[in-house]
Design a protein around this ligand. Structure first.
Ligand code: SF4
Length: 612
């Protein structure tokens, strides 16, 4: 590009692998008051790139670039579904074409006074523009008959709503009344896409967007929509989106993580880099030290639109230099401020980035989402292409490092590491294979139990809380007293998880009772007459060598405990079930602890064990 002003010299600086914003005005410009689905996606990718795009975005757009053509197609579809203006039977290709021509008259007005050369150029552009806009929306008639659509809202604004604690903004293209695949009637959230159908193998940005919109609609109407669909109007395809609780939870947790990251970056003014296939489309690539180190080069499709490192003019902070010092540095390079910059932001998604490159990018986002959904904060990918900046440890009460990652020294790190370690111990004791799948599944299960019980007690789910630590202690007791149903089906695990949560809650209730001011005189009297029917089970199964069987085929924990007894018993006299039944001797005067409900150890055979 022909540009001589160092555009960003007094705004940004490189500090190792981070981009530092050195200007208050820039921070004010890029700070979001609310999070949109697209900014959330950016927060999961390279934050430095996001800053560069914000600063280098030009107000003057190429009218034939994919994004403006898509916007114009959206506008036609929005107007066509305006029920105050057009009846349903009028929703035809002819109406859409008439609306497009109407818009083209505004976009490409022909001035009779102009000479023929100018008028000819206007006509050529106008015809081309009409065809490209029509191409972007006409596939809608392949997907559906627009005359049958019962519209609830068009361009529904979701600004001002809070989703999962995150202030949100944006517009939902279309909400209609409909019936989902299971025959349930309700609202269906829809989004028009004029680009290509996304590859969902490693991630689903379009699905996440629909799920965020679905959560917003629930916030607005009180009801979760019965369906969500992406309408690929250029290619005549549609895709129904999974709105199940699991899928919603994962998306919304990532959304929450994105907002936390945004706020941290704004506070620290430091924006981490993340090398990926998108580097080739990044407006900072020619100045980015990380991309250079990784050998990333500009995509040929946008090479002529990229600024050189000299034009960008982003300095590097000297070791030890502070952000404030950089902000006051005199600009000694030639500066012709006010110079017009003509830069059309390349949009890799609209240009059609190759699937394999997109998959590489999506894999990183998916990894982050998975880790966050299971309670961890994404730390570092070992994948060379997704490596992040070096981690700097903070204070114990700081869950995140300056780079926005898990602080290894924090209470939160102790929490998530402790849970992971507990899972490994439990699998080892159960004689089960210690594989990534098994450990992750069991650690996530433990985390679910801990967080449920913790939230019941304090209303918080933070891994950094003392309550989280207490619940992990309670969970250790649960593991020693309620054998896990290894080898049994999902229903058995459902029952065990419910029982484990209840026992954690009950332990908490007893602890709170002990903490209360009330003291019972001779509390041991309540124990008089209570005896086990048989010897109690050992506190925990003995360690057993890891088996090569899978988790599903592994023996029950109880069986592992009982095995030695069976070996010693006569062949025709199997060892009795070591069930412990507690009986109360007699009715006692009511005490504050009487209503503490402990799920019995043999909960699986107790009919009323799960009555709340
Ligand atoms: S070149 Fe790559 S790593 Fe550097 S800022 Fe751009 S996207 Fe981030």
């Amino acid at each position: 590009m022909n540009q001589t002003t160092p555009l960003l010299r007094d705004k940004l600086a490189w500090d190792g692998k981070k981009l530092v914003v050195t200007s208050d005005a820039v921070i004010d410009k890029i700070r979001r008051q609310a999070l949109s689905a697209s900014t959330s996606k950016s927060m999961q990718s390279c934050a430095a790139r996001w800053v560069g795009e914000r600063l280098l975005r030009n107000e003057v757009e190429d009218p034939f670039a994919p994004a403006p053509i898509g916007t114009s197609a959206h506008s036609v579809m929005e107007d066509m579904f305006d029920e105050d203006v057009y009846e349903r039977p009028e929703r035809t290709l002819a109406l859409a074409e008439a609306l497009t021509i109407r818009d083209s008259d505004v976009m490409w007005p022909e001035v009779p006074e102009d000479d023929d050369g100018v008028r000819a150029l206007t006509r050529v552009n106008r015809r081309r523009w009409i065809e490209e806009v029509k191409t972007a929306y006409e596939g809608l008639w392949i997907i559906e008959d627009p005359k049958t659509i019962e519209v609830y809202a068009r361009e529904l604004q979701i600004d001002g709503l809070t989703i999962n604690g995150v202030p949100t903004n944006g517009f939902i293209d279309r909400v209609r009344y409909g019936v989902n695949k299971r025959g349930k009637e309700g609202l269906i959230v829809e989004d028009y896409k004029t680009g290509k159908v996304g590859n969902t193998r490693f991630g689903d940005d379009h699905g996440d967007q629909i799920r965020i919109y679905a959560a917003a609609l629930k916030e607005k109407t009180g009801e979760l929509p019965v369906g969500g669909t992406v309408l690929y109007t250029k290619f005549g395809k549609s895709r129904d989106i999974d709105l199940s609780p699991g899928a919603m939870s994962k998306t919304l947790k990532t959304f929450e993580l994105s907002w936390k990251r945004h706020n941290r970056y704004m506070q620290s003014r430091e924006f981490p880099t993340k090398v990926s296939a998108l580097c080739g489309w990044c407006p900072l690539i020619n100045a980015c030290p990380v991309a250079k180190e990784e050998g990333k080069t500009v995509s040929e499709k946008v090479a002529d639109q990229m600024h050189s490192a000299t034009h960008l003019g982003i300095p590097a902070l000297r070791p030890g230099a502070s952000v404030a010092a950089m902000a006051s540095t005199e600009d000694t390079i030639v500066a012709k401020h006010g110079q017009e910059v003509s830069f059309f932001m390349p949009d890799p998604f609209s240009y059609g980035i190759p699937d394999e490159q997109m998959a590489e990018v999506e894999r990183a986002s998916e990894l982050a989402a998975h880790m966050y959904a299971s309670g961890e904060n994404p730390i570092i990918s070992t994948d060379k292409d997704h490596r992040m900046s070096k981690i700097t440890e903070g204070k114990v009460w700081e869950s995140y490092t300056a780079e926005g990652e898990l602080n290894p020294n924090s209470y939160a790190a102790m929490g998530v590491f402790g849970t992971a370690e507990l899972a490994v111990e439990a699998l080892h004791r159960g004689g089960l294979p210690i594989s990534g799948t098994n450990v992750t599944a069991l650690a996530s299960t433990f985390q679910h139990i801990v967080v449920e019980a913790q939230e019941h007690w304090t209303g918080s789910k933070s891994a950094a809380d003392g309550a989280n630590s207490r619940m992990r202690g309670a969970l250790r007791t649960v593991l020693a007293t309620l054998p896990m149903p290894f080898g049994e089906d999902a229903a058995a695990w459902d029952a065990w998880v419910v029982a484990a949560i209840r026992r954690c809650k009950s332990i908490t209730a007893v602890a709170l009772h002990l903490f209360s001011e009330e003291r019972t005189e001779s509390p041991w009297e309540a124990l008089a007459g209570i005896a086990p029917e048989s010897a109690p089970e050992p506190a925990a199964p003995a360690p057993k060598a890891a088996s090569k069987t899978t988790a599903k085929a592994a023996p029950k924990a109880e069986e592992a405990v009982e095995a030695p007894a069976e070996a010693e018993a006569p062949v025709d006299a199997p060892a009795p079930e070591p069930r412990r039944v507690i009986r109360k001797a007699a009715a006692k005067a009511a005490s504050p602890a009487d209503d503490i409900d402990f799920v019995p150890d043999d909960f699986a055979v107790t009919d009323d064990a799960f009555v709340s």
